[in-house]
Design a protein around this ligand. Structure first.
Ligand SMILES: NCc1[nH]cc(CCC(=O)O)c1CC(=O)O
Ligand SMILES: [Zn+2]
Ligand SMILES: [Zn+2]
Length: 328
């Protein structure tokens, strides 16, 4: 046997195995997606996302308190308006008494150490359920869409969000948001995390169910990227870097590890995030329940793959479990 063919000596021990990782999962790398609804006392389980719930603002202390004790560092908020009047431009998105703005203020007050990101999109708030403003023929009207998204992002930043994260995939929104933040004196107070390479995926099903954000007609294929489109993803990442994004994100995560690896090259000077989306979470949970694998082992394998591909920040519904697992 050739001397150079013997590799096993390098990873025969649990400790030497751990040295093979360039980077390992820490609590700081986890951002927890949470759903805040406009019934202030709500705690409603989401059947398609086992273990996750919609919470009202009055329940945030009971919900996040135990997690913060375990080392929760950051959350990303999704508003779930159930009572409001939706319209063509998503007016309730930046309602000062809407769930997101109230939750930002509440979390800052209750848990000053927690880093708060807000997902920014219109689909939860538009009557048609699309992520932007539409022309009369139902196609996306890009310029007013980017302007409206920037307005909403600014309102979250002004409420105290540490980070705004547009997930709408409208052209021009990164520049519009960055310009709005700088114009309001928040350029150095709020991070802009772009869902740069967000694909039109089947894996958002449970989320749309949870957030009530499914489009009322058509689909999102004219703004979210085609799953085959490596080139478009690379261009979108480069474009968002040029427009002033502070963090680049790829979404979904596991089926798009090649895009994450590309992003790590293209945006090599930026932190890189990925979103293990609702359908990925539901698949991992369902597989474990079916006896295909052990939940914890599989959850680590998925997230470690994302880290290996180049991510330093992972949005995952497994965050509460990882906080426990990382302590064991
Ligand atoms: N713009 C809405 C939005 N923001 C985050 C997700 C998906 C998150 C998840 O599936 O966990 C979606 C769904 C979609 O685009 O249809
Ligand atoms: Zn949307
Ligand atoms: Zn969104």
């Amino acid at each position: 046997m050739e001397i150079s063919s013997v590799l096993q000596g390098g990873y025969q021990h649990p400790l030497s195995r751990s040295w093979q990782a360039k980077r390992t999962l820490t609590k700081s790398m986890l951002m927890y997606p949470i759903f805040i609804t406009d019934d202030p006392d709500a705690h409603v389980e989401i059947p398609s996302l086992p273990g996750q719930a919609r919470w009202g603002v009055n329940k945030i202390e009971e919900f996040l308190g135990p997690l913060v004790k375990k080392g929760l560092k950051s959350v990303i908020l999704f508003g779930v308006p159930l009572k409001c009047e939706k319209d063509g431009k998503g007016t309730p998105a930046d309602d000062p008494s809407g769930p997101v703005i109230l939750a930002v203020k509440k979390i800052r007050e209750l848990f000053p150490s927690v880093y708060i990101a807000c997902d920014v999109c219109l689909c939860e708030y538009t009557s048609h359920g699309h992520c932007g403003i539409l022309h009369a023929d139902g196609t996306i009207n890009s310029v007013p869409s980017a302007a409206r998204i920037a307005e909403v992002a600014l309102s979250y930043a002004q409420a105290g969000a540490h980070c705004v994260a547009p997930s709408d995939m409208m052209d021009g929104r990164i520049k519009a948001i960055k310009t709005a933040l700088i114009g309001a004196g928040l350029g150095n107070k709020c991070t802009l995390m772009s869902y740069s390479a967000k694909f039109a995926s089947s894996l958002y099903g449970p989320f749309r169910d949870a957030a009530g954000s499914a489009p009322s007609f058509g689909d999102r294929k004219c703004y979210q990227l085609p799953p085959t489109a490596k080139g478009l993803a690379r261009r979108a990442i480069q474009r968002d870097v040029n427009e002033g994004a502070d963090i680049i994100m790829v979404k979904p995560a596991l089926p798009y590890l090649d895009i994450i690896a590309d992003a790590a090259q293209i945006a090599s000077d930026h932190p890189l995030a990925c979103y293990q989306v609702s359908g990925e979470y539901a698949m991992v949970v369902a597989g474990a329940r079916a006896g295909v694998y052990d939940l914890r082992t599989m959850a680590f394998e998925t997230v470690e793959s994302m880290i290996r591909a180049g991510c330093t920040l992972i949005l995952t519904y497994f965050t509460p479990q990882f906080l426990d697992w990382l302590d064991e």
